[in-house]
Design a protein around this ligand. Structure first.
Ligand code: SF4
Ligand code: SF4
Length: 370
């Protein structure tokens, strides 16, 4: 690993153009040798949706990386494990399944016989394919994230934890800071060897699933997960230290100790920052006694942004109920398509919002009401 981050302006999902940038970025970053290496490509497939929704890594970016890797003599596999999908999932609508078929590439189902690894003081499940491959190349999507503010390289590694096991981690690490520490430790344990962030089109607003597609016009590469997130978060208008994974990652000083250590190769950052990107509002970390009180006094809990379920948008699919790590939501026994929140059980992980495909969960301050 080195500290190089390469960024190229790229406005369109034109396969040949993206392929040229992928090759240029990889070489600029001195990415690992690829000849005769077995590579797992890990896109961000939060849920299987059409590319224009900007929920997942665009198939043109995946295809360009596949072509580049093959041209360099690597063997490629592709896999991911969205939280709500079960065994046998294929990324059909996102266009990634077609790439597997067209290039005769194995799709890896992470939920089959996962490995159990030790991570600090606990054990977690991860995709067993990581033991079979020489390299992992992560392809995150540049997006807002209501819990983590921003999702890039460090967050995408969570996809190696199969299916519902991801939501279980939210139950263990119930606030933004502890979940960020978990993500950083996970990346220290399993560090993908290269990252290419798809920021040609990104998602602002209510990311990572219900936000708005916006043009940010960049592809960003690095073998350093912290360095690339520091650059990518600024494209979305965030101050890197406001992002808890970045703040904690810098304090660990494993990948970088300061932002000044980044070797940046690209146009001046101020020319690519998307100034009108609608960011998630940063909530300052409260001190421990206020957090203690918030957890106990229901009125103070209502000063936090929480999920609000919109019956007229809801289809009653119950995906939010399946994913909720706290069993804090249920369908109303009488009213149709009406999800009920037990607020005292909710840990504000926002998994329900991530999985709702119908814009029926809004994360907001709701002082009054149940
Ligand atoms: S809120 Fe969304 S995920 Fe939950 S039941 Fe309604 S449509 Fe499904
Ligand atoms: S209701 Fe939503 S935000 Fe609350 S714990 Fe469940 S999934 Fe997380």
């Amino acid at each position: 690993m080195n500290n190089i981050v390469a960024l190229r302006k790229c406005q369109e999902y034109d396969l040949q153009e993206v392929l040229n940038f992928v090759s240029d970025i990889y070489k600029s970053c001195s990415g690992p040798v690829l000849m005769n290496r077995k590579v797992l490509l890990k896109p961000n497939i939060l849920s299987d949706n059409p590319p224009e929704k900007c929920i997942s890594t665009h198939p043109v970016v995946v295809e360009a990386m596949v072509r580049f890797l093959k041209s360099e003599g690597a063997t490629v596999m592709i896999g991911d494990s969205p939280a709500i999908h079960t065994r046998g999932f294929r990324a059909l609508k996102s266009g990634i399944d077609d790439i597997c078929r067209n290039y005769n590439i194995d799709w890896v189902d992470f939920s089959i016989e996962p490995l159990v690894i030790k991570l600090r003081d606990s054990r977690i499940k991860v995709a067993s394919v990581i033991k079979e491959v020489d390299l992992i190349i992560s392809l995150p999507k540049l997006k807002n994230h209501e819990l983590m503010y921003f999702t890039g390289a460090i967050k995408n590694t969570l996809g190696l934890v199969p299916g519902f096991s991801k939501a279980k981690q939210h139950a263990r690490f119930q606030d933004r800071e502890s979940f960020s520490r978990f993500l950083v430790y996970l990346n220290e344990k399993i560090t993908p060897h290269f990252f290419l962030i798809d920021g040609i089109m990104s998602m602002d607003g209510r990311g990572p699933a219900q936000g708005n597609p916006v043009s940010t016009g960049v592809l960003i590469g690095s073998s350093n997960p912290l360095a690339i997130d520091i650059i990518a978060s600024q494209i979305a208008g965030y101050k890197p230290h406001d992002i808890p994974t970045i703040h904690f990652g810098l304090s660990r000083a494993k990948w970088l100790a300061t932002t000044d250590e980044i070797l940046y190769d690209g146009p001046p950052l101020e020319t690519v920052i998307k100034k009108d990107f609608r960011k998630v509002t940063i909530t300052r970390n409260t001190n421990i006694s206020i957090r203690f009180l918030k957890n106990r006094l229901s009125f103070l809990r209502k000063l936090e942004r929480r999920p609000d379920f919109i019956p007229k948008q809801c289809t009653g699919c119950m995906e939010c109920i399946k994913i909720c790590p706290q069993n804090a939501i249920s369908m109303h026994p009488e009213k149709k398509n009406h999800v009920v929140l037990t607020d005292t059980d909710c840990i504000r992980c926002y998994c329900c919002s991530e999985v709702c495909n119908h814009n029926a969960v809004v994360i907001r301050l709701k002082i009054f009401g149940p």
